[in-house]
Design a protein around this ligand. Structure first.
Ligand code: M6R
Length: 611
């Protein structure tokens, strides 16, 4: 959940580390800290709150030296205060950590019995003590001291470690938490995620669980805790540093909403060969999907909503029964999974703890696994690569905590998967496939058209900005859009919002409706439209403030609701992809009008790598 950066080279490390932290702040942001080594001295600076506090401190008291580590924290052990902020030091060892040391209580007890004293409430400090302890046994072998300490700790962790006595060495360790090595020219880096050091290098080595990377300014060696050398082939990313910047928008979220047409193009690129009408879903062992009889989709949050949309697509097109489960429920309910089952994990980050655990459980029951991820080589992707494979959404880096372009690309990728499954089962004639693909290729243009309505959506947001509650209603796939709209409104504007199936209104929620309750109804022609119009009348007659999302060609509704949020006409399967767009913009503007931190809403983090 936290973000780690490390650097070793000849330049001053402070600016590299601070810049890296800025790009990682989305991973957690209750405190931040940095440590550098200079002339066998360790310099540590820490500050509570956002990164600006650390940056101000560094202006007063800079961190000298060309090797260092830094951290942005999202508390898991101990309150978010300066003492608990990383780095943690004991003796010559300084450390930053992402994850949880599960046996920290037992280790701490042993160390206390040996006379150790601890400053913080963190599990991390214990690791610094252990390494320093082993350094007494191996005074000239820093990697060995780290390995010996790692033999004792259990849990999920990524670590970056400095030793005051070895100023030419920086060590990174990965165990079930992300960590990559950036390979520079005369300098090397560690980072929780690529964008942290993209302005310095595009060449990376992705560490695997159990890896310990030993970085010097001119070389990197990867070994396991037994000292055995591991070969990790470097990859080159084509993301430019600017891709990870705000690109002129006020917030990353707005930038990412506007990137959706391009993201959809990227998701579709090269995945269909016109000549032989063949779907090319690289990364998947498609033969393993031919005999699948049942599908379960596991995911969390917005990715779960993508799963709900996929259920409809796969069941209708490929005629395979699909169950969609929240990963946090699935993993604890002893689900009925057979070998003829395909379990699909959907995750933008590819690191979500519940989704990963759900897939591990499915694997233990011999199901085939497929991952749908955005982050390349993430934990979920790697797990599924040992089964039926990973299909990447190619949304590019999503920095804002709110998931927007990730969802759009998930819908498109799942649509392609549904088409492939249908084709494998002989249920898709060439002409029908062409029609589906035509509508997919038109989607970016339709999204562009829908984005043009942003100024009108801000006006609607102004009317809703003081509301305490908002009810969103829709039927079928529009119910899923309502769920997603409500999630976005809640997490960004802190307004209580509920997405409800309009057909269920009379079974309870109608009791909430009066003149104080704003209700947003999604009414799209061809999608249970008449039934939804009846619901709309019932809501209106109870005096509620009614807001509508409808087709731009729906003149009747537009006349009745001149401020209606409009979406272009498209194939029913793509309606949710278009309908969530005005809701994303609405949630964005509600949060912005309420003066909130849009990109980093309170209590949330981008990747939820612990339960
Ligand atoms: O990285 P994942 O897709 O696995 O993340 C799942 C959820 O945590 C995520 O979608 C969350 O709900 C977003 N903040 C929603 O905007």
């Amino acid at each position: 959940m936290c973000g780690i950066v490390g650097a070793i080279g000849t330049q001053n490390a402070e600016s590299i580390l601070l810049d890296g932290l800025k790009r990682l702040e989305y991973r957690g942001y209750d405190s931040a800290g940095m440590a550098t080594l200079d002339a066998h001295q360790t310099h540590i600076r820490k500050a509570v709150g956002k990164l600006g506090a650390l940056a101000s401190l560094l202006k007063e008291r800079p961190c000298p030296g060309s090797v260092g580590i830094a951290h942005t924290r999202w508390a898991s052990h101990g309150r978010p205060n300066e003492i608990n902020a990383h780095p943690h030091q004991f003796g010559p060892i300084t450390i930053v950590h992402n994850g949880i040391i599960e046996n920290h209580a037992a280790l701490k007890k042993d160390l206390l019995a040996q006379g150790h004293q601890f400053e913080s409430d963190t599990d991390t400090e214990i690791v610094a003590h252990l390494i320093a302890q082993f350094k007494k046994e191996y005074p000239t072998d820093f990697p060995k001291a780290v390995s010996k300490a790692l033999e004792l700790i259990h849990g999920a962790y990524a670590l970056a470690i400095l030793d005051q006595d070895s100023p030419d060495t920086l060590i990174g360790v990965r165990q079930a938490c992300p960590l990559v090595v950036g390979l520079g020219n005369g300098e090397n880096f560690l980072a929780s995620d690529f964008p942290a050091v993209l302005s310095h290098t595009r060449r990376f080595m992705v560490l695997e669980d159990g890896d310990m990377a030993i970085l010097h300014k001119d070389r990197v060696q990867v070994q396991n805790i037994h000292g055995e050398i591991q070969t990790r082939t470097p990859i080159t990313l084509d993301w430019s540093p600017a891709t990870a910047e705000k690109g002129g928008f006020k917030h990353f979220m707005l930038k990412e909403i506007f990137e959706q047409p391009q993201a959809v193009i990227d998701t579709l690129r090269g995945r269909f060969s016109l000549g032989d009408l063949e779907l090319v879903l690289e990364g998947l062992q498609t033969d393993l999907l031919k005999n699948i009889q049942q599908i379960t989709i596991v995911a969390c949050g917005t990715s779960y909503h993508a799963g709900l949309i996929a259920k409809r697509l796969i069941e209708e097109l490929a005629q395979i029964p699909v169950e969609v489960d929240l990963a946090s429920e699935f993993r604890y309910r002893n689900p009925l999974i057979r070998t003829s089952h395909l379990v699909i994990g959907i995750s933008q980050s590819g690191e979500t703890a519940d989704t990963l655990a759900a897939l591990v459980l499915a694997k233990s029951k011999n199901a085939q696994l497929v991952a749908l991820c955005n982050v390349v080589d993430s934990a979920i992707a790697r797990l599924c690569n040992t089964s039926a494979g990973t299909f990447y959404t190619r949304a590019g880096p999503e920095i804002s905590v709110a998931s927007t372009k990730a969802l759009l690309t998930q819908i498109i990728a799942l649509y392609l998967l549904a088409l492939l499954l249908a084709q494998q089962r002989g249920l898709l004639h060439a002409q029908t496939l062409e029609k589906h693909l035509d509508s997919l290729y038109q989607l970016p243009l339709l999204l562009e058209a829908a984005l043009k309505q942003e100024p009108e959506i801000r006006q609607t947001a102004k009317r809703l900005a003081q509301s305490e509650n908002i009810l969103l209603m829709g039927r079928g796939l529009l119910h899923v859009a309502a769920l997603e709209g409500a999630l976005k409104i809640k997490e960004l504007s802190y307004i209580h919002a509920e997405g409800y199936p309009a057909g269920e209104m009379k079974h309870g929620p109608i009791a909430l409706i009066d003149e104080k309750m704003p209700v947003l109804v999604l009414a799209i022609q061809g999608m249970n439209y008449e039934k939804t119009l009846s619901n709309l009348e019932e809501i209106k007659s109870r005096g509620a403030q009614v807001f509508v999302v409808c087709n731009e060609t729906d003149h009747e509704l537009r006349q009745a609701y001149p401020n209606a949020l409009l979406i272009p006409t498209c194939s029913p399967y793509l309606v949710p992809a278009l309908a969530v767009l005005p809701l994303q913009l609405l949630a964005y503007h509600l949060a912005d009008l309420r003066g909130l931190d849009v990109d980093q809403p309170r209590n949330l983090a981008k990747s939820v790598t612990i339960e």
